[in-house]
Design a protein around this ligand. Structure first.
Ligand SMILES: [Zn+2]
Length: 437
């Protein structure tokens, strides 16, 4: 690995220095929310605590969790810790049902957000020499604006394309000499297909060097596929509106997990069933406390994302804690015949099979009392469909590998290239029909 740029000296502090910063900022945050956010002062009081009870970082675990539902209950501004006059930006995440989750930023919050994005795009390889094309949707969603301001801050030339209009995306890439692509991983794969149809080979005819992907989960196999078709170096970043937007964490070029900016966030891993805090390296649900946000400080937010934390110094020289690739959502976890399965585990099997593209659909249903699963997978080459022998051996090999992961038999159907649904935002690949009566 080449010597990497590190944006801020705050990314290379000692553990003791992070602890001291975190403790001071946590105390300030708890004091502030108890004073300025009635919802939190009530919550802390109901937990039998007072603001001054935070004497050590371990005392954090006595504070109750904040969950997505708390945003809905307090819609739109009930969790804000500053008057609306101090808000300079709103964003919101689309709820699948009912009201969106509303977030706000003060001027200082915007400066912090910009700084943290600058750290993550620098980690990913972007410099002031890059031309960065943002193919996230601009609007209330935090993704596009979040990356936008941080990329400008490091001096990259930003193209605010927004999502969709894929042929135009490819044309602009050619004409503007785009070197960095910012999108969801599934949209990156879709764009590559469209480029090929236009007679453009993304790896050879375009100048892409970096891919910064986020907004949805992905697998290592998907990364390999994106690297191959685009001829770029893909990194992943992580965030959510409730905590800030993108900028909570991102991968450096060592690809050993996503660095969390610990001077702004305190991460914990809990057992999703019991809420108990787990140790370094143990897999569970990520919980984050924001310690510098002015408009919307959040204590112990349950992200629902399943991961683990790793504290040893990274090969890149940064000392901030790294979170492993998200293994799934505690919500999306499928329980099949009593076994916990994440869709990402199924994807790993499919995408690592020869002749199989990155597009698939999973259907789960009940047959009598038993859980049944059907997986439709797209072939890369339609000609396989003409050879019964090839089709059969490929289907069998996928079934066997899925059985090893799932513990039950799946019905595997290989379908024609480009026959399954495509997604420009978050991919919806699992249809669970078991709840239907
Ligand atoms: Zn690193």
């Amino acid at each position: 690995m080449n010597q990497q740029r590190i944006w801020s000296t705050s990314e290379t502090l000692s553990r003791d220095e992070y602890h001291a910063i975190q403790l001071k900022r946590l105390k300030d945050t708890v004091d502030r929310v108890c004073r300025d956010v009635p919802y939190y002062s009530e919550m802390i009081k109901n937990a039998g605590m007072q603001p001054g009870d935070i004497k050590d970082l371990d005392d954090l675990s006595a504070i109750p969790f904040t969950v997505k539902e708390d945003f809905r209950v307090n819609y739109p501004f009930g969790l804000f810790a500053v008057p609306k006059q101090q808000i300079v930006r709103f964003h919101a995440s689309s709820g699948t049902t009912g009201k969106p989750t509303v977030v706000g930023y003060t001027k200082n919050d915007m400066a912090t957000w910009t700084e943290l994005i600058a750290r993550l795009v620098t980690m990913a390889g972007v410099t002031d020499e890059d031309v960065a094309q943002i193919a996230f949707g601009y609007g209330l969603f935090t993704g596009a604006f979040g990356l936008h301001q941080g990329l400008e801050h490091v001096g990259a030339s930003v193209i605010p394309m927004s999502s969709g209009n894929t042929q135009k995306q490819i044309m602009i890439m050619q004409d503007f000499g785009t070197t960095a692509l910012i999108s969801t991983p599934s949209y990156a794969l879709h764009m590559a297909e469209v480029a090929m149809e236009m007679g453009v080979d993304p790896a050879n005819d375009l100048n892409l060097k970096w891919g910064l992907f986020g907004g949805e989960g992905s697998t290592e196999a998907m990364r390999q596929e994106i690297n191959r078709v685009w001829g770029l170096f893909a990194t992943e970043n992580y965030g959510m509106s409730e905590l800030m937007g993108p900028g909570v964490s991102g991968e450096c070029q060592a690809l050993k997990g996503m660095h969390i900016s610990e001077d702004h966030f305190i991460p914990e891993i809990i057992d999703p069933a019991t809420g108990q805090v787990l140790n370094e390296g143990e897999v569970g649900e990520l919980v984050i406390t924001t310690i510098t946000k002015e408009a919307l400080p959040i204590l112990r937010y349950r992200t629902k994302d399943i991961t683990s934390l790793h504290y040893e110094t990274c090969d890149c020289g940064r000392t901030t804690v790294r979170m492993a690739k998200i293994q799934g959502r505690s919500d999306d976890m499928l329980i099949l015949g009593g076994v916990n399965v994440f869709p990402s585990q199924i994807e790993e099997v499919l995408v690592s099979s020869d002749g199989i593209g990155p597009h698939y659909q999973i259907k789960v249903f009940k047959q009598g009392y038993l859980d049944r699963i059907e997986v439709d997978v797209e072939l890369v080459d339609a000609e396989v469909l003409d050879s019964f022998q090839l089709l059969d051996s490929l289907t069998q090999s996928i079934r066997n590998r899925l059985r090893a992961v799932l513990g039950i038999d799946a019905k595997v159907t290989l379908v024609e290239p480009r026959s399954l649904a495509r997604f420009e935002g978050k991919a919806k690949r699992v249809i669970d029909m078991r709840e239907e009566k």
